[in-house]
Design a protein around this ligand. Structure first.
Ligand SMILES: Cc1cc2nc3c(=O)[nH]c(=O)nc-3n(C[C@H](O)[C@H](O)[C@H](O)COP(=O)(O)OP(=O)(O)OC[C@H]3O[C@@H](n4cnc5c(N)ncnc54)[C@H](O)[C@@H]3O)c2cc1C
Length: 330
């Protein structure tokens, strides 16, 4: 439903009105915040949980250009301070429950009914790797359990690791991890893989790869870091414990777009559809980072998307304000 102009004016006259609202304070959202604020646009970032998004899950980021090695927490802090230095308002531990995106005034609505409005909106809610959901996984994430071979493979040089999954990504990443690890065991719950034949053959024939079919990890052991796993043989039901240096889990990826369903175009995997300017199917609404349709999900790609979205949003806000001035003067 379109807001009538009196209601739009009321909303815009409150302190809750911004030039731009960014949803999500991962690297995509923080970068957008830096660019928008530096362009002297009144900008608000709203983010669930701590600032930094998935970056805070990793103890070392070693592939961010210009920075030799840094913890995800430290990189998040630097990005946050940079955005704040330019005047960006950042509210963390806030979940946006719903959105109103039609009309010139966009609204972000919180669970308690609080509304923030803006001329433009950038959606950067990121995503999450599908987890096994077994005991020990939550505490040992980033401490021996990883969901990203590109990010963490190097930390497991000459170590014994396990890869969980049976699709194309699991098999391809298992092969790529043989560059580092001394051995890679693929643990898969079925008696066959759901991947292309060439990927299956490559994994099967690799001298460093072992297969453990019809098996499941049912627990992770360790306090400060991963020390071992419990594996259950699904045919016999027998469990055994095995010491291990690292486990990589590739059983799917879920974008955090549940709150966007029916608001704008998502593809069949619920990723946000954008054009080259990060413009979504709704005018004035842009998206960036892991939640959009794309293949490679990294801090660098999120930062690049955030830059493009912010520049495109700045242009949109400028044109909107020029149009309003023209309409006013007629
Ligand atoms: C363990 C791990 C290690 C990694 N290591 C590396 C690495 O070494 N190098 C590298 O380049 N990449 C690494 N990555 C990938 C990288 O972290 C992501 O690609 C990147 O963080 C994506 O950025 P983003 O801003 O799109 O989303 P995210 O980082 O996911 O941030 C999105 C933010 O939006 C918030 N949000 C979601 N929904 C809502 C809502 N409704 N309302 C308000 N806020 C919301 C989320 O809580 C989150 O804070 C790693 C990922 C993981 C999981």
């Amino acid at each position: 439903m379109m807001l009538n102009s009196a209601l739009q004016n009321n909303l815009m006259n409150t302190n809750n009105h911004y030039d731009a609202i960014v949803i999500g304070a991962g690297p995509a959202g923080l970068t957008a915040g830096i660019y928008l604020s530096r362009a002297r646009l009144k900008t608000l970032i709203l983010s669930e949980g701590t600032v930094g998004g998935q970056m805070i899950l990793t103890h070392e980021i070693a592939n961010y250009p210009g920075v030799d090695s840094i913890s995800g927490y430290q990189l998040s802090n630097i990005m946050r301070n940079q955005a704040k230095k330019f005047g960006c308002d950042i509210k963390s531990n806030i979940t946006v429950e719903s959105l109103k995106l039609d009309g010139d005034v966009k609204e972000a609505i919180l669970a308690d009914g609080t509304r923030f409005t803006a001329d433009a909106m950038i959606l950067s809610p990121g995503g999450r790797s599908r987890t096994l959901g077994v005991p020990g996984e939550d505490v040992l994430k980033g401490k021996g359990i990883s969901y990203c071979a590109t990010c963490d493979g190097d930390f497991f040089t000459d170590k014994e690791i396990v890869v969980v999954g049976g699709g194309n990504s699991a098999l391809e990443e298992a092969v790529s991890l043989t560059k580092y690890a001394s051995s890679v065991t693929i643990v898969h719950q079925f008696d066959h893989f759901q991947a292309f034949e060439f990927a299956i053959e490559e994994a099967r024939n690799h001298p460093k790869i072992n297969l453990m079919m019809e098996s499941k990890i049912t627990a992770f052991h360790g306090d400060e870091k991963l020390e071992g796993i419990e594996i259950t043989d699904l045919k016999s039901g027998l469990k055994h414990n095995q010491p291990i240096d690292g486990v990589f889990i590739f059983i799917g990826y879920v974008p955090n777009t549940e709150f966007l369903e029916d608001k704008l175009d998502l593809n069949q995997w619920k990723e946000i559809v954008v054009d080259n300017d990060m413009q979504t199917s709704i005018k004035g609404v842009f998206a960036a980072g892991d939640s959009i349709v794309k293949k490679y999900r990294q801090v660098t790609t999120a930062v690049a998307d955030g830059t493009i979205a912010a520049l495109a949003a700045s242009k949109y806000i400028h044109e909107l304000s020029q149009n309003k001035q023209v309409q006013h003067s007629i």
